[in-house]
Design a binder for this molecule. Structure first.
Ligand SMILES: NC(=O)c1ccc[n+]([C@@H]2O[C@H](COP(=O)([O-])OP(=O)(O)OC[C@H]3O[C@@H](n4cnc5c(N)ncnc54)[C@H](O)[C@@H]3O)[C@@H](O)[C@H]2O)c1
Length: 451
């Protein structure tokens, strides 16, 4: 039964309200970025609804027990308005956002023509690029500098100019660039001192995305990573974020197949159904698919997608159900499909007396259509976190990521519903409302508790 919706009683006490417009800095003005920007402009003109965005559409329960209220997230906490976002960004090719959106083919020309002027006004600045990190792309619109530190300073100059030109006091940076090759933190990534020396020496272990993250943090701007590669998630940059009191988070937007996986797996585990194997395959034909066709970039995605099942199923606790399952993830680049990714999951499960059963999931999704509302929510929530003084890693935003970055080597949560509770309980805390615990336990449990 639907519960009554009542207006909010208060708004995020003690948090600086969003003053003025909010800058959005995007390295990688590709399909996700332009679908986000086109969408924000289309919605402002009444040409669509922000479906998939919690900040714009979700109402959450406030109060435990008898008569909870349902309050829209945007009424519970002070968020920037989507209409107050000002976009700027970098790319390694020079097309403006309108040309890129047309090439990406996510939204049709009939929709894009309504926001053509706004998109044409956004031309990317030259990017910081190194083909060793994205082997299937060539950069034609890139910065040059004597060292990686010089490139970082050039990014900081872009940021300062963007803030000054648009009279902005706040901004958020969101990495929407191509997936860089898989890497692990090495000695140069351990301390801020070694990292800055590495920038001056142009250490090959420093990826372009790390240079953007460094520039963002040095300018006091929160940074979130939408791709699976290592970027801000290195000790040196986490330390910088903590020292300067800046919010950071990542990584890899949780959009299609992994989102479904983190919905289905908790259900299997809750019902104590065993798992023999989970085979996931995708076809995708956009530029992201082309980049992932390279083994180095694919490895970053494979690792990011691979960790979710163990964390949800807890094989240590249930070795007889989940101790020996086979998990395989494939992504095949198939140009005719464009951004309309198709994912197939074959799940071999076991029931009563070890009898085998199968579940098939065929998700005909639209990659950037799923990613754009996540990008919008992350921008608005990272800005909220910064205004609320929440610095360092924002694990309460794990809901949005395939491989959530966690503070102090804590294990990430992957179950979508647990992640949702983490997120909404943080919002309740920011609004000085009670955390949600076991609501609606049922009459008999409540009788027992009373006894
Ligand atoms: N679309 C989704 O559902 C989804 C889900 C999870 C993660 N992601 C990740 O988000 C990122 C963006 O996805 P997309 O579909 O928009 O890809 P895309 O290929 O359309 O866009 C990426 C853009 O980044 C640019 N780029 C690459 N290296 C750069 C650099 N160093 N500096 C500046 N620009 C650079 C490319 O030229 C390209 O325009 C990818 O890493 C992808 O893996 C996307």
């Amino acid at each position: 039964m639907n519960k009554p919706t009542t207006p909010p009683s208060k708004q995020s006490a003690g948090i600086a309200p969003p003053k003025g417009r909010l800058g959005v800095l995007i390295p990688g003005m590709g399909a996700v970025a332009t679908t986000l920007i086109a969408g924000v402009n289309l919605i402002a003109k009444g040409h669509g609804r922000p479906i998939g965005s919690l900040t714009q559409m979700q109402k959450i329960q406030i109060g435990n027990g008898g008569t909870p209220r349902y309050v829209a997230i945007k009424d519970l906490v002070h968020l920037a308005e989507p209409g107050d976002l000002v976009f700027g960004g970098w790319d390694i090719t020079p097309e403006n956002a309108y040309q890129t959106a047309c090439n990406a083919g996510v939204l049709g020309h009939d929709m894009l023509s309504n926001v053509r002027r706004e998109l044409e006004a956004i031309a990317p600045w030259r990017g910081v690029f190194d083909q060793a990190y994205v082997r299937n792309l060539k950069g034609t619109h890139v910065k040059t500098g004597a060292s990686k530190m010089d490139l970082a300073k050039a990014l900081m100059d872009d940021i300062k100019k963007f803030l000054a030109d648009n009279d902005l006091e706040r901004a958020v940076m969101l990495w929407c660039g191509s997936t860089e090759v898989y890497s692990e933190p090495g000695p140069v990534h351990q301390t801020l001192e070694s990292f800055e020396q590495g920038l001056r020496d142009s250490a090959p272990e420093i990826a372009p995305s790390m240079i953007y993250a460094y520039a963002s943090l040095m300018c006091g701007i929160p940074y979130a990573n939408g791709a699976p590669n290592l970027s801000v998630e290195i000790p040196a940059l986490i330390d910088l974020a903590n020292r300067k009191g800046i919010a950071v988070g990542g990584r890899d937007f949780k959009t299609g197949q992994t989102m479904m996986k983190t919905v289905v797996a908790p259900g299997l585990q809750a019902r104590m159904l065993g798992l023999e194997g989970w085979y996931s395959t995708n076809i995708i034909g956009n530029k992201d698919g082309e980049v992932l066709d390279d083994s180095g970039s694919f490895k970053a995605k494979e690792v990011s997608k691979g960790r979710v099942l163990d964390s949800i199923l807890q094989p240590d606790l249930y070795p007889e159900l989940y101790g020996d399952y086979h998990h395989k993830v494939r992504i095949d680049y198939y140009p005719p499909r464009g951004d309309a990714k198709e994912g197939w999951d074959n799940i071999d499960i076991q029931g009563w007396l070890g009898q085998s059963m199968q579940i098939k999931v065929n998700f005909l999704c639209r990659d950037s259509i799923l990613a754009a509302p996540i990008a919008l929510d992350l921008i608005l929530f990272m800005d909220l976190a910064q205004r609320a003084g929440l610095s360092g890693i924002q694990e309460w935003l794990s809901f949005y990521y395939k491989a959530p970055t966690m503070p102090d080597s804590q294990e990430p949560q992957h179950d979508l519903f647990v992640q949702h509770l983490m997120l909404t309980n943080m919002l309740r805390a920011l609004a000085e409302e009670e955390a949600l615990d076991q609501s609606d336990l049922g009459e008999n449990v409540e009788k027992l508790i009373v006894r």
